[in-house]
Write a protein that binds this ligand. Structure first.
Ligand code: E4P
Length: 217
């Protein structure tokens, strides 16, 4: 499973990059607004730090304008992945941009039928939003499972990018359901490494080690 980090904060990305755990980055207009920075400048900086795909989202809503914006975003760096909303216009733009050789991430997916359309439009990634479904009392994980089954039935190559991840359990369940990628907020990525028994065990080992009076170096 690939891990993307879901942030537009360049300092967070720089801190996480050396871990080798970051296969890509996703941003959205809300994350860009939160960063308070110039969109294209931030995307260029992220693309410089991370080798993998960096999702940058169009702001237009009609297909022609989405295509123009998508091409402009792709011109920032070779690893920009053009993010498009799952609207009919977004699907039209997706097909055109994919045929022109660009990577696309079709976002704001909330149903299996939407995901089926995105695969037929040739999307590189489909982003089902787990957390926002959970917020409405609908189990977001059911959607990941349905998309996995549909894509496997027809051997679609579109990768399932589990998005709107809020908890470590979302990551675990996405992995079990066969999502290809999870895009994870940095705080959740750090939390994945934590376990109270690890902390307790390490504490005991360090105390015992101190008793030996030895040093490794
Ligand atoms: C990523 O591509 C999405 O934009 C992001 O995961 C949305 O997360 P949210 O529902 O927590 O805003």
């Amino acid at each position: 499973m690939k891990f993307f980090i879901d942030t537009a904060e360049i300092d967070e990305i720089r801190s996480l990059a050396p871990s080798g755990l970051v296969d890509g980055v996703t941003t959205n207009p809300s994350l860009i607004a939160k960063s308070g920075r110039d969109f294209k400048e931030v995307i260029a900086e992220i693309c410089d730090v991370i080798d993998g795909p960096v999702s940058a989202e169009v702001a237009a809503t009609d297909s022609e304008a989405m295509i123009a914006e998508g091409k402009a975003l792709a011109g920032i760096a070779g690893n920009v992945c053009i993010k498009l909303p799952l609207t009919f216009d977004g699907l039209v733009a997706c097909r055109t941009l994919v045929d022109a050789g660009h990577e696309t991430n079709v976002t704001l997916c909330f149903s299996a039928n939407q995901a089926l359309l995105a695969a037929k439009a040739g999307a590189t990634y489909i982003s089902p939003f787990i957390g926002r479904l959970d917020d409405m009392g609908i189990d977001g994980m059911d959607l990941i499972e349905e998309i996995r089954a549909i894509y496997d039935n027809y051997l679609f190559e579109t990768q399932i990018l589990a998005a709107s991840i809020r908890t470590v359990n979302h990551v675990r369940a996405s992995a079990l359901a066969g999502a290809d990628v999870a895009t994870i907020p940095p705080s959740t990525l750090y939390a994945l490494a934590k376990h109270p028994l690890t902390d307790k065990g390490l504490d005991a080992f360090l105390k015992d080690w101190a008793k030996t009076g030895q040093s490794i170096l």
